[in-house]
Structures are given as C-alpha cells and as structure tokens.
Design a protein around this ligand. Structure first.
Ligand code: ADP
Length: 278
C-alpha cells in the first residue's frame, strides 16, 4: 500500500534526517510509529502525505507517487496533524465545505463519533479547546473512510475518558482495506491497540515487527531477585523490581510492554532485531 524506497531527506543542506530509508506499510493494521521527540516521526508523515518532498528516493501509495500529489494520491489518506488551525465556522459549515472531497464520507458515523466524544455541534470550531478540536478532527478523519489515516500525536490534549473513546473508535474502525498510522511518543496511550510497532530513531527505522511476532520471539516479565539468565536481552530498574525482556524459549505468550521494548530498542537495537532474523 505505502512503499518508501531509498528515501533521503534533509532540512539542512549538510545533514540528512533520512538516508536511504526503506519502509512498507500494509492495510488491515494499526501501526504505531514510535520515537523520541525529534526522531523524525512528523517529517516522515509529512513526506508520505506529500507535504515535503524527498531529496532522493520514492514514496508511493498504491503505485501513485507522493510528489505528483494527484487527486488519486490525495484521496487515499486523511492526515490529522499535531498542530493545526481550524476556521471560525460551525461544524455543519465545515462539513458542507470539506466532506464532499471524500466520496465515502459517512455523515451518520461522523455524528455518532461527535456524540461519543461529547462535542457540542453548535459551537464554532475556533472557539473549541485544543482537545475538542482534536476530537473533532479525529471524528472527521474516521468518517472520511479514507484508506489511510495518519494521526500525529492524536492523544495530546485528550483527557482520560477521551483517550478510551479514541482507542475504542480506532479499534472498531480498522478494516482489511484501511491502514491507521499513529505517531506518538506517548506509548502507553496506544500499546493495547496497535498491530505493528515501528520505532524510529535519528531518522532510521530501528525496528518494525508485528505484535504477533514480538509475542512469539520475546518474553516480558518482572524479575523479583537478581535472576540471571542467558536468555535475558534487556533489563530496566523500576522502583521495587526489575522489568526484563528475554528470549521466549517456552513459547508462552506474555503481555507486551511496548515502553520496555522501546527502551530496549533505543539502547541496543541490534540485540533485539537479531531475534527476528530467520
Ligand atoms: P518528531 O515528530 O519525531 O518529534 P520531527 O519530524 O518533528 O520529529 O523533527 C525531526 C528533526 O527535524 C528535528 O531535529 C527537528 O528539529 C527538525 N525539523 C523539523 N521540522 C523542521 C523544519 N521545518 N525546519 C528545520 N528543521 C526541522
């Protein structure tokens, strides 16, 4: 669906943010694009959305190039940016102007999402709080039924009940034809819903694996004593104990701690990625 080949991109002449980056994203899944602040998540989303152009390499969605910005390319996705401006109009007027760009826009579903998020329909968009605006955009994005939905830090500004509503709506709306790409540094907010983990650091894809494969290959546990085992790949001190990732030698599933996985990849990605080879 999305294919990135040999992508090189730089904001400054002498230092590339991305160098020969390759990545493919398939439909039917919720992808978590994880990385520290400044890792390059937003830039990567902007490049895929055709809002920035590669210096070298290609980005295609269903064989259409990002640089062409053709109607066929643009109609594939909806992009919910972290920073945005909304016009000083009411929701209905916004709908009349923007919904017709999406041929599969579902107005009934849109109203349902607004209700789930408790967004009053009579308010002017510009008068809403940041969190309300974000929930409006999430509702709109879901209702477009676009094949790809990019969400950059979608849980920023959302209160705790809204975060659960967000998770519920995302999980209920993923289909075999759609791909959701959620970029965040707030891993806990999305760890229960993602199908694939993509970790980006210093402009490189350090790790990309399905939750299914992570569960097969790795084991996540708490160490109560100074347990030492050859199978342990990474440990992290918590207040009263240690959390560890080890090779899953027993083939039993353990709940995946994505934050621990992220810290392990950032500290030594080769040790982790080796487990997924062959
Ligand atoms: P993330 O979304 O992971 O926090 P970004 O993609 O926003 O990371 O930024 C990646 C790097 O590119 C950072 O070092 C940031 O300072 C730099 N950067 C982002 N936007 C611009 C810009 N418009 N001009 C110059 N540098 C930028």
């Amino acid at each position: 669906m999305i294919k990135i080949e040999n992508l090189t991109f730089a904001y400054k002449k002498d230092s590339s943010l991305f160098k020969a980056l390759n990545l493919s994203i398939n439909p039917g899944q919720i992808h978590g694009l994880l990385g520290k602040n400044g890792a390059g998540k937003t830039t990567l989303l902007k490049l895929i959305a055709g809002l920035q152009y590669p210096k070298e390499g290609t980005i295609t969605i269903n064989d259409h190039s990002s640089t062409g910005r053709s109607p066929q390319y643009l109609s594939n996705y909806y992009y919910i940016a972290e920073e945005f401006n909304l016009p000083s109009i009411k929701i209905n007027s916004y709908l009349n102007i923007y919904a017709p760009f999406y041929k599969n826009f579902d107005k009934v579903a849109f109203n349902h999402y607004l209700e789930e998020f408790n967004i009053p329909k009579e308010n002017k968009l510009s008068k809403m709080s940041y969190g309300q605006k974000k929930k409006f955009l999430l509702s709109f994005g879901l209702a477009t039924n676009s094949k790809i939905l990019f969400m950059d830090e979608p849980t920023n500004g959302l209160d705790i009940p809204s975060k659960s509503t967000f998770r519920k709506l995302i999980a209920n709306n993923i289909t075999e034809e759609r791909a959701f790409i959620i970029s965040t540094h707030q891993i806990k907010d999305i760890e229960d819903m993602i199908d694939t983990v993509i970790i980006i650091e210093d402009g490189k894809i350090m790790f990309k694996q399905s939750m299914e494969d992570i569960s097969k290959k790795l084991s996540f546990k708490t160490l109560n004593t100074d347990e030492n085992s050859e199978n342990i790949l990474f440990t992290e001190d918590h207040i009263i104990n240690k959390r560890a990732i080890s090779i899953n030698s027993t083939k039993e599933d353990s709940p995946i701690d994505v934050e621990l996985l992220f810290n392990a990849v950032i500290s030594d990605h080769q040790k982790l990625t080796q487990q997924f080879k062959a």
